[in-house]
Design a protein around this ligand. Structure first.
Ligand code: BGC
Length: 415
């Protein structure tokens, strides 16, 4: 009798656990070393809750390929549970009616209180949460190999002029000054770092958020293109098509001195067992100390019909903002937690600097959204900027003045 009762309780328990278990299919582009480790943390935490994780990884830094695949899947009526979608794209998907509300979970978990407003704004469509932020990446970073700098007799450059002087010496010492992958989004990442310095935060916002034609075509933009062009002198001839993490590995193994890239690059250094301050240096991109170009990774959630999968979907959303996940994920990813109430004792100096600058730049007006990573403007305007920037960078005799005029024209046609 007693045994039967126990068996009954056990089978009821199993049934209830089972009935709550669903599947989450998650589309992302985190396939590099540090990225894959970070994604694995989420998978593990979801599986611990009894749900099934269906990985939908589409390789390609910056996520262009992932977005193309997502469109095909969504249009054919078979979207994943969640997809890595950022910034303005969230609004575009929301407007098309694809996304589901996370408001019940958001209220229960008090997301409005946990998150900075600059973040919640991006996650809501029509006043309701449809996406969950994972982290805050700072894009305007310079990564450097201290041994290569020392062998070349230079220190970390803090302005663009210093950068060019140092780069000449590094080249003369037989190293590649700047590790770079010739892909449109990487070109745009370097371009926006140069623009942030030359334009300053206010005009950066005018150009890439307000799409102000005068700033886009103005004299300062001509200077941005002039300095950006000079960067080409310090990149090796094998750069076309190179992935960003391969460029990072060139800094790690001492083939190149520096890389200008967001702090997902730190995820690569971490995955390779490297320690900041000792094996590598993180510093603001030249001329951008105190400024912060933000790139917030987030997952947007799609409307599903299966009830168990809907439940699993809400559990996924909830998990992403737990302190446990925020800590482990961001330690691997190179970013900082998006919650501001975290214990940061396990984070390194680069992350602490990032957090301090994230807060101070929000006060000083130097916290600006990344154009290259979809936080500043629509995908249409972004695509137009990418085209002009990449064509300019790849054209031998490109003229900065013409490029600035083209930039304004292309953006105007796209909006
Ligand atoms: C994403 C990062 C990612 C990087 C390289 C960026 O747009 O925000 O999470 O690591 O692309 O793939």
């Amino acid at each position: 009798m007693k045994i039967n009762k126990t068996l009954l309780t056990l089978s009821l328990l199993a049934a209830s656990t089972f009935s709550q278990a669903g599947e989450v299919e998650v589309l992302h582009w985190w396939t590099a070393g540090g990225e894959a480790k970070s994604a694995a943390v989420l998978k593990e935490m979801i599986e611990e809750q009894g749900h099934t994780w269906k990985d939908f990884a589409v390789a390609g830094g910056g996520g262009e390929s992932a977005m193309t695949v997502l469109k095909t899947r969504a249009v054919s009526g078979n979207p994943p549970s969640a997809a890595q979608i950022k910034g303005h794209d969230i609004q575009e998907w929301g407007g098309l009616g694809f996304l589901t509300s996370l408001d019940a979970t958001a209220k229960q978990e008090k997301w409005d209180e946990l998150l900075p407003e600059v973040v919640t704004k991006v996650m809501k469509w029509d006043g309701e949460y449809v996406a969950v932020p994972v982290n805050v990446h700072r894009v305007n970073w310079l990564w450097a190999n201290p041994v290569v700098l020392e062998k070349s007799g230079v220190t970390v450059p803090t302005t663009l002029d210093e950068f060019f002087v140092a780069a000449d010496k590094i080249k003369a010492a037989g190293f590649i000054p700047l590790a770079h992958g010739g892909q449109p989004w990487q070109d745009a990442t370097v371009f926006e770092a140069v623009a942030l310095d030359v334009l300053g935060s206010e005009d950066y916002n005018k150009a890439f958020v307000d799409l102000d034609m005068d700033v886009l075509s103005g004299d300062k933009m001509v200077e941005v293109f002039t300095k950006f062009k000079k960067m080409r002198d310090y990149i090796d001839s094998n750069s076309p098509g190179r992935d960003w993490n391969v460029a990072t590995s060139m800094v790690i193994n001492g083939e190149a001195a520096m890389q200008i890239m967001g702090d997902w690059a730190k995820g690569e250094f971490t995955a390779a067992g490297k320690v900041p301050g000792k094996d590598y240096i993180c510093a603001p991109a030249p001329g951008t100390d105190g400024q912060f170009t933000f790139n917030i990774d987030s997952f947007a959630f799609f409307e599903l019909s299966d009830e168990e999968n809907q439940k699993a979907q809400q559990d996924l959303a909830k998990t992403i903002l737990t302190k446990d996940f925020q800590e482990v994920f961001n330690l691997n990813k190179g970013s900082i937690p998006v919650r501001l109430d975290m214990d940061m004792s396990k984070f390194d100096q680069c992350a602490l600097d990032s957090m301090a600058t994230f807060k101070s730049s929000a006060e000083s007006g130097d916290l600006v959204p990344s154009m290259a990573h979809g936080l500043a403007t629509t995908s249409y305007a972004q695509g137009a900027i990418y085209d002009v920037v990449t064509n300019f960078f790849n054209e031998k005799d490109a003229d900065p003045k013409e490029a600035a005029a083209k930039l304004a024209k292309a953006v105007k046609a796209a909006i």
